[in-house]
Ligand binder design. Structure first.
Ligand SMILES: Nc1ncnc2c1ncn2[C@@H]1O[C@H](COP(=O)(O)OP(=O)(O)O)[C@@H](O)[C@H]1O
Ligand SMILES: [Mg+2]
Length: 357
């Protein structure tokens, strides 16, 4: 848990924050999972899915807009798998020129092509025993798609220019911001490779669809930045936070993180206010309460759920969200929730809500 971040999961009896304590509670109780931060229902579902599939060795295809955390989630899967002490090797298939990508992935023998003055071990071999992360796989050329399909099917390949087959034991995680099903329909992506990859799909939600994560992420990044940049920007005003929550964030978490870095470094110390925000994010009208969206809701499983518990959970989340939004100024939070301050204080006490140290 970071400085200033609010912990609605603090234990009722002890008041201790359990968020990063992986030994306690299920993943649904966490607001940070191997560095991936989020308490919205959609992110809680991602955490649960990661935990369920981590040790399965099944191929995973992560899909989501740019900046939604595909790379971070891939690392979290590796870190929670039995392969965690072996290499995690990432390669961005969209950033490497096509003619170099093959030898990057599979390696090459000496003299395989002009300039290959020595043999090179490819990423698949480097990742042996661990995980290879094929980022932006939707940008891979059809020729290479065939070769990757072969590794997926047989777990073996030949380095460029070589004739010796190399066998590897790697977990494959792929990611793309593209709609691969559409790419298959348009003949831009091989159908057989798509189905080989589409074993466990993980869809990462856009930031605008999990508005309740914005205060949490903002506090997380501000604390991290204060540590890294030796700044003391400890707070953000409710109005500035509200503006952040209303922004559409086309660049998702990456855009939020980069903007906060700029604001924190330029401010140096004190409290971030609306004047510090870029024009496109500054609010234009009156202060309005943020509608409660995408609350972390329990699954309505076959055994059913206890209505009272579910309603309490919802209330707790809503109170937490209003406190975050008002920087824990109880008068303002009570106003947002249209309850008396005393009622709010009583509920904060009952749910044992507090800022984590
Ligand atoms: N849920 C999250 N919690 C904390 N940091 C995040 C989260 N999602 C993304 N980030 C950060 O945002 C940046 C972009 O994430 P990345 O995994 O590279 O996104 P993508 O691969 O989807 O473009 C990284 O600095 C990453 O650490
Ligand atoms: Mg990425």
């Amino acid at each position: 848990m970071q400085n200033g971040a609010v912990c609605p999961n603090a234990g009722a009896e002890t008041g201790k924050c359990h968020c990063d304590d992986l030994a306690h509670g299920g993943p649904a109780e966490r607001i940070s999972f191997h560095g991936v931060v989020g308490k919205s229902r959609s992110m809680q579902n991602v955490f649960k899915l990661i935990e369920r599939v981590a040790d399965s060795d099944s191929t995973i295809l992560i899909n989501g807009e740019t900046g939604t955390g595909k790379g971070l989630v891939a690392k979290a899967i590796h870190a929670s798998s039995y392969r965690k002490d072996k290499p995690f090797v990432a390669i961005n298939c969209g950033a490497i020129p096509e003619n170099l990508l093959e030898s990057e992935l599979f390696g090459h023998v000496k003299g395989a092509f002009t300039g290959a003055t020595s043999a090179k071990v490819g990423k698949f071999e480097v990742a042996n025993g661990g995980t290879i992360f094929l980022d932006e796989i939707g940008d891979m050329s059809p020729d290479l798609q065939v070769k990757v399909l072969k590794v997926l099917e047989e777990r073996e390949f030949e380095p460029v220019g070589g004739c010796k087959t190399v066998k590897v034991d790697v977990r494959i995680i792929a990611a793309t911001h593209r709609d691969l099903e559409e790419a298959v329909q348009k003949n831009n992506f091989r159908e057989d490779l798509f189905y080989r990859l589409y074993v466990i799909p993980i869809q990462l939600p856009s930031l605008k669809d999990r508005q309740m994560d914005i205060p949490l992420l903002t506090n997380f990044f501000m604390s991290k930045l204060n540590r890294e940049k030796r700044t003391q920007v400890e707070n953000i005003t409710p109005r500035a936070m509200e503006a952040l929550m209303r922004h559409a964030w086309p660049g998702n978490v990456r855009e939020l993180a980069n903007m906060l870095e700029r604001l924190v470094v330029l401010k140096g110390e004190g409290t971030l206010d609306v004047e510090d925000l870029p024009t496109k994010i500054k609010p234009s009208g009156e202060f309005q309460p943020i509608p409660a969206m995408d609350m972390a809701m329990p699954d309505l499983c076959r055994e059913g759920i206890c209505l009272n518990t579910a309603v309490s959970e919802f209330e707790k989340n809503l109170i937490y969200q209003s406190l975050e939004q008002t920087d824990w100024v109880k008068n303002k939070a009570a106003k947002l929730l249209q309850v008396k301050r005393t009622t709010l204080v009583e509920k904060i006490k009952r749910y044992d809500l507090q800022k984590c140290a």
